[in-house]
Every structure is written in C-alpha cells, then in structure tokens.
Design a protein. Sequence first.
Lengths: 118, 118, 118, 118
Amino acid sequence: MVAKRTATDGAARPGGSATHGYQHRKPGYLASKDDHLKRLRRIEGQVRGLQRLVENDTYCIDVLTQVSAATKALEAFAIGLLDEHLSHCVAEALSRGGAEADEKVREASAAIARLVRS
Amino acid sequence: MVAKRTATDGAARPGGSATHGYQHRKPGYLASKDDHLKRLRRIEGQVRGLQRLVENDTYCIDVLTQVSAATKALEAFAIGLLDEHLSHCVAEALSRGGAEADEKVREASAAIARLVRS
Amino acid sequence: MVAKRTATDGAARPGGSATHGYQHRKPGYLASKDDHLKRLRRIEGQVRGLQRLVENDTYCIDVLTQVSAATKALEAFAIGLLDEHLSHCVAEALSRGGAEADEKVREASAAIARLVRS
Amino acid sequence: MVAKRTATDGAARPGGSATHGYQHRKPGYLASKDDHLKRLRRIEGQVRGLQRLVENDTYCIDVLTQVSAATKALEAFAIGLLDEHLSHCVAEALSRGGAEADEKVREASAAIARLVRS
C-alpha cells in the first residue's frame, strides 16, 4: 500500500521543509512496527537458543540447522522492511520527483545489493 | 514462463491508455541494453570456462572458485537490472499512482525476495 | 587443525562404544566454545540493537544496514562452526572409515547446502 | 588463477606416490563428470536465454526471475561439486592424516565461505 501523507506532516517538525519530508521523521514501517518488534524478539530468542545449544555441547550440525533458521528469519525481516520502504518512503519521494527521488532509488538499490550479498 | 511483450503491445490497444503506460512496452533497462548484453556474454564465457575446467579434470576447489565468480557476476547483473527497474518502471507507475503503483511495488518486492533467497 | 584422538577417548565415557565415538559426546567446536559464545552474545546484542532502532523509528535504510551486519555475523559464526566440524567430527569419522564416514559427509554437505541457500 | 592439471600429471610421477595421492591427479568429481558437464551446458543455455530476453526487451521482472533460476542452478552445481570434493579429495587426505589433511580442510572451509558469501 502506498501511504497517504498529510500536509500537516511538515508542521510537526518546526522549521521542517517541504523538500525534506516524511521519510526523515517517520520510517516507512511505522504501521507494522509492533509486528517487526515481535519478529525481532523472536529472532533474539533464536540467538539466545543458539547460545544454550553451544553451552550444552550440542552436536555441530544441529547448531548449524538453527543458525540457518535464524539467518532466514533475519532475511525475512529485511525483505518485509524493504517492501514497506519501497511502498512508503521511496513511493513518496518518487511522487514528488526531482533529485530526492533519484537519491532514494539509489539508496534503496544499495541496500538491496547489501542484502543480496550478505 | 516469461510473458511475451512486443513492440506492438501499445498498438494492440488503440489509443493506448494513460494508465497502461511505459513499462508495458519498454523495459527499464533499455538505455543500458548493450552493457547488459556485454555482461551476459561475459557470464556465458565464464560458464563455458567452467565446462572446460571440468573437461580438463581441474581440481575441485579451482572449479568452485570460478563458480563463485560466475554467481557473483549474475548477482551484479540482477542488482543493476533491479536498480533500473526501480528508477524507471516503478518510478513511472508511482508517479501515476493508483492500483498499478501498488502492484509494481509488490512485484518488485517479490523479485527482491527471490534474489535475496537465491 | 585436525585434532588428534586417542584410543582412550572411548574409555572416558564408561560404557562408551567404539562405533559411537567422539562426535556423539563432544561437538567439534569444544576448544573454541568460549569464542563462539562471545560471538553469539555480540549477535544477540545486534538483534537487540535492531529492536531499539525500530522502537526509535529509525530510518528504514539504517535499520537494513544493521540487519545486513547481523546476517553477516551469523554467517561468519556458521562458517567457523562448520570448519571445526569438518576438522574434528568429519575428520574423526573419515579416519575410522565405513558407513559412518559416508553418513558424516552427507550430513555436512546437507548443512552446507542449507547455509548456501539461506 | 586456476592451476593447470593435465591428464599427464600422473605419468610425470612414475608410480605416483603414497603421500601425493589421488586428489593431485584426479578431481573428486570424476565419476559424475558427464552429469556436471550436462548441468553446465544447461546453465549456459539459461545464460544465453537471458541474452535473448534482454535483446527482445522483455519486462525486467521476467528477466530477474530467470536470473534467480540461473543463480540457483549454479549454486546447486557448486553444492554437488563440494559434496564430491569432501567425500573423495578431503576424505582421502584425512584418511592419510598429517599436514595435508589440515590443509585440505582449510581449503574446503575457504571454498565454503566463498560460496556462502556469494
């Protein structure tokens, strides 16, 4: 969903400027912040679980299986975040156009490249 | 299956329509098509090089090193393509807004997810 | 380093059997257990840091950068664990040979495949 | 650089030697060489298919889908090769033990790390 942004967004930050809008104050994931936090707490639990496995001398392969699960969970979190970033922050910048739009696309592409390579 | 989209796609819908624009007839990578083709020919050469290595009974580890290089080259190609897709096709759709904009973002996110997971 | 294993390994566990050796009681990462735990606690800290970023409405791209860092750290942990698994558990099984050796290689390959794909 | 190893490598050391065995003359994938070559030719076909897609101005997302497929195929090839390397070259070296065994494990771990990161 492409988010709606109101004219009062700027007013919330005194001295704010029209050209440095929304995405500098509110991230694109605001609507699903609770879901993200829940997800991250689950991942934190997975990493703590890994510590317990190592403390208990669990067999290497079983530890590795849990590492793969935690890595996948982090990736899924990143993909969700990126999706919201595109549909809010990037969409917003593109609808305004100009140099900021180009910058937002460049920035998103760089983040995608880091994800693909990590 | 890859959908066919011909240069006459626009003509097929007499008068075309403002809401079914640009990205249905021309891909976002048009301006750098030659670079992409050059890149892909180089990757084809890498894959043929892998065949020669295997034919010549090259040591496994040396083959694997070249596989990593080819994989990285494919990823770099994908990242470049995605960047252009965002800055052209998705940007176009977002500037027009509406359901098509949402659809384009969803589609791009799904492609990113496939890349991150591949 | 490929660990040396003595004939008395079995004797250390009364009732131990020759066919269910070393790797069923002690994981390959035993010597560097403290390093692994330190590493995992640092990753846990990174994941908690991600929660703080989301709670503070940090800009999406900055969150994504930290996700990539945490993912890379998890991968590095996995690679270290796998290295020790190969040089201890798999090495041990291979030096004994037989069906267990084949099974250990199959198991390691499957773990590597999961890592490459995650 | 990929080291050259020719079919005459063996002949160069008449009678071979116990300490420089199997894996210095023949790669671990010898038994399934034809399967590997078939696989690589299929991947070459996929990369040529990508060129056709770009030449025909195929929609970006459809090109990206095929890139993900080619990347996955390369990864699957690498995983297969690595599995054979472990069960032949590394297994051989480990059964002989000594410095060469350590070196083989180190080398395999480095190749795995490159794969996981690519």
